[in-house]
Design a protein around this ligand. Structure first.
Ligand code: SAM
Length: 262
């Protein structure tokens, strides 16, 4: 018998077979590819990926599910079940000798969406594409442009490192148990080079975070702790920007221009 889904591990299993196939088709896995699967669960995607990829590294934290996965895939030579926390996986130790960059795929546990993305960005030089099923709200935040309601520091962070694209929506009824909200399947294509040039990446993200921390404040007020007023004034005048502007209207290029003046 299958173990009961564990809520605390974000276990919402994707049961809809058409969606499972659509995910694997969209990921366009090639026979030479090594795939790292985040949260293999009951192996719904693992099974399909094993037919396509050279290697499938199926990471799963739940020991009960790992036992099932190990049993099912013991005779499948290209599937490696890795019983562990994805956030503790050092991709450099495990995968730096691969000839091709990794393809990462996951219907990921919602409670750790942001930490998972941050973790993978630490190893972005080893990754080609990241395909994720996430809550729709998260997908909209990642793909939002300046001026959109969902635009924020997380949008800038994701778009600095990747080109995000929502590929399709998934209804909550496709999962068991059904979560409260619908999901989206999206691709994060890892950029070889960021879309903007900055002298100090740390400063860029300090400015972005401070800018969005209190969304109601004008940029002038929210950036007081991180940027001298003169620099801000020089920025407004050099780039013809209204000094009453709020962070939500600034593009990544605007933030980069500001960081480079500081
Ligand atoms: N891939 C399966 C599917 O599509 O049906 C399962 C998806 S379910 C949303 C997320 C899976 O991630 C669960 O099996 C859960 O146990 C696993 N998981 C949760 N936290 C994890 C972590 N920190 N590291 C690895 N796996 C985790």
């Amino acid at each position: 018998m299958l173990p009961k889904p564990k809520k605390r591990l974000g276990q919402n299993f994707l049961l809809d077979k058409n969606i499972q196939k659509k995910i694997v088709a969209c990921a366009d896995v090639q026979p030479q590819d090594s795939v790292l699967e985040i949260g293999a669960g009951r192996g719904a995607l693992t099974r399909l990926l094993a037919h396509k990829a050279h290697w499938v590294y199926a990471v799963e934290i739940d020991r009960d599910l790992c036992a099932l996965l190990k049993d099912e895939f013991k005779a499948v030579p290209n599937v490696v079940v890795m019983p562990q926390d994805i956030l503790a996986l050092d991709l450099r130790k495990q995968f730096s000798l691969l000839e091709r960059k990794l393809v990462v795929i996951g219907n990921i546990p919602y409670y750790i969406t942001t930490p998972i993305i941050e973790h993978f960005f630490d190893f972005r030089d080893l990754i080609k594409d990241i395909f994720l099923t996430v809550q729709k709200e998260f997908a909209c935040r990642m793909t939002a442009a300046a001026g959109d309601r969902e635009y924020g520091a997380f949008s800038c962070f994701v778009q600095y490192h990747t080109e995000p694209k929502i590929l399709f929506e998934i209804k909550k009824t496709s999962f068991y148990p059904a979560p409260k909200v619908d999901s989206c399947f999206l691709r994060l294509s890892v950029r070889r080079k960021p879309p903007v040039e900055v002298a100090d990446e740390g400063l860029l993200f300090r400015i972005i975070r401070a800018g969005f921390q209190q969304r109601r404040k004008t940029l002038k007020n929210s950036l007081k702790p991180v940027i001298p007023q003169q620099t801000l004034e020089a920025f407004f005048s050099q780039y013809s920007i209204d000094p009453r502007i709020r962070a939500e209207k600034l593009t990544l290029q605007d933030f980069a221009n500001l960081a480079n003046l500081a």
